[in-house]
Design a protein around this ligand. Structure first.
Ligand code: NAP
Length: 248
């Protein structure tokens, strides 16, 4: 119970990595706000899973493209859960294309969700964290932010920007006891990636890791628990790579 008594908001927690982070936070004793953009049904399923674990959770519409919705959603979290101690900026999207294929619209779509979204969420959560005497922000970045792969042009730039935002917000959070870090996952075995990883192209990607295997969502979730919990109180502005050594 490394997060006992804590209240956490996870954006994009209706599916994928965010869902796994939320479930692990609940197992560690935190109350959860399950953020979603479209899939309220999926978010409610996560709420039910947490209730089945004996935990407390609510589903909250938190489309990170819209400041008003983020502001209202965070206010609902405070009203219904009693405050906010932890924000995980997990919501993110990816689109593959080469540099020459990239359009202005594609650029804006990725930057708005992956970089402007966390900026808005950090800004809007600050007063709530300050009210609690401090808190934690964990940004979910990507190995792409350091690797700058050929088919992840704007995605890579958005995640490199998120790494920078992590450091900037850490600077401003310090005086309020708000510690801000990022987790940068590499190649993860998920329902969506299972087929790709089993293909020859997937095998080549896995070959690029030092450990010669894909990571699991549990690997990402445990890194988030570490950064969100009181077991470490002296890390801020750091990017923790959970990538099997892929960047090397
Ligand atoms: P995913 O399975 O596609 O789920 C995306 C989540 O983000 C969903 O909960 C979705 O909500 C939410 N979302 C999408 N657009 C949103 C918006 N505008 N506002 C708020 N929420 C929004 O994604 P994932 O693969 O788990 O990725 C999660 C994070 O990990 C992303 O930041 C991604 O870049 C990063 N990451 C993933 C991998 C990987 O291998 N999967 C590797 C490195 C980094 P709805 O259900 O409501 O649509």
């Amino acid at each position: 119970m490394r997060l006992a008594g804590k209240i956490a908001v996870v954006t994009g927690a209706s599916r994928g990595i965010g869902r796994e982070i939320a479930l692990e936070f609940a197992r560690q004793g935190a109350a959860l706000a399950i953020g979603y953009a479209e899939r309220q049904d999926k978010a409610q399923e996560v709420v039910a899973e947490i209730a089945a674990l004996g935990g407390r959770a609510i589903a909250v519409a938190l489309d990170v493209r819209h400041r008003d919705q983020v502001r209202d959603g965070l206010a609902d979290c405070v009203r219904l859960l009693g405050g906010i101690d932890i924000l995980v900026n997990n919501a993110g999207i990816n689109e593959r294309c080469t540099f020459q294929e990239l359009t202005d619209d594609g650029w804006d779509r990725i930057m708005t969700v992956n970089l402007k979204g966390p900026f808005i969420c950090c800004q809007e959560v600050f007063p709530h964290l300050i009210q609690r005497g401090g808190g934690r922000i964990v940004n979910i970045s990507s190995v792409a932010g350091e690797y700058h792969g050929p088919k992840t042009v704007h995605y890579a730039v958005s995640k490199a920007g998120l790494n920078s935002l992590t450091k900037v917000v850490a600077r401003y959070g310090a005086e309020h006891n708000i510690l801000v870090n990022a987790v940068a996952p590499g190649i993860m075995l998920t329902d969506q990636t299972a087929d790709e990883l089993a293909s020859p192209a997937g095998a080549r990607i896995v070959e690029m890791t030092l450990l010669k295997r894909a990571g699991t969502l549990a690997d990402v979730a445990s890194a988030c628990v570490f950064l969100a919990s009181d077991e470490q109180n002296y890390m801020t502005g750091q990017v923790l790579s959970v990538s099997g050594g892929a960047v090397l």
